[in-house]
Ligand binder design. Sequence first.
Ligand code: SF4
Length: 353
Amino acid sequence: MSEKLHLTGFQANELADFVQTIGEPKYRAKQIFKGLHARRLLDFNEMTDLPKAFREKLIDTATATTLKVESRYVSIDGTRRFLMKTHDNFPVETVFIPTENRDTICFSSQSGCPLKCDFCLTAKLGLLRNLTAGEIVEQIIIVLNDVYGTGVETPHGTNLVAMGAGEPFLNFENLIKALEIMSDAEGLFIVPNRVTVSTAGIVPKIYEFARLEKRPNLAISLSAPSDELRDELMPINKRWNIGELFQAAKEYEKTLRRGERFTFEYVLLGGVNDSAEQACALANLLGEYDLQRVKINLIPHNSAEPLEYRPPDTEQVERFKKILESKGVSAYIRRPRGRDIYAACGQLAAMKG
Ligand code: SF4
């Protein structure tokens, strides 16, 4: 890579400092910020409101883009998966999921992932490295430009989910910085309540997240109602067990504002965690910790070689949901998207096909 500064990951005030160091007036920073984030231009030459000499100076010292799209896969359901590479050749995957009234972009916070969730293909990559704030923001710009055209206004709002590769809370600072940049009204203007961050249970960061003033929504990936099973499926449980996780969730719940809820994600694995007893145990667990402002997203597992798990059949999924509901728990079944192009949950492993 270039030693060049990646301005896409700069906040407005950092850009102001930068333009001053290269001897330009402060207002240029605003123009650059708008060019990058409102007009979604990833080439300084296209920022024709900047004088040519200034553009040349920018190109000498900085860059707007460091990611390269290697492949792009389009599912029969309209989902698009982007396989990108960082300047130092690490994979980054981003998924665009269209629905009738809104779009969702599922982005990655890390290249690979250090956690070893047994049902997840990304885990097989291990951690390659944390992504920078600029690399996180750039994923969103690349996807929006691909779908709608460079700088073209999107027809409806964009929701973001940090559920691609990686554990977002292990790259906390860069993640929060990227989300701040994207929430700026002068730029992409994707506000925190349109964003959901999903953690496998990095407990100290749940407390830290709870203290943030402008924070996105939280989802906690649970996938087992007992420590014994969760230790096996999500080894992070050996570091912070269900008791510690639920205490943190309770503290987080206390900080929710009116009308807000948070989510537990539960990947359903046929014959492993989908029994009636396990549904009851899950509901009881919520009761034990008095968690009330919570919903459960049930995600039938997405099969992917070489993982040996399979999704439960549809009736079993329905039964699990009904049991939760009968105990007063809100539960939703998440329809898998982009399975045919390895874009669905737990399938991101830089697959070329
Ligand atoms: S499920 Fe998420 S946290 Fe677990 S290994 Fe996969 S990417 Fe990492």
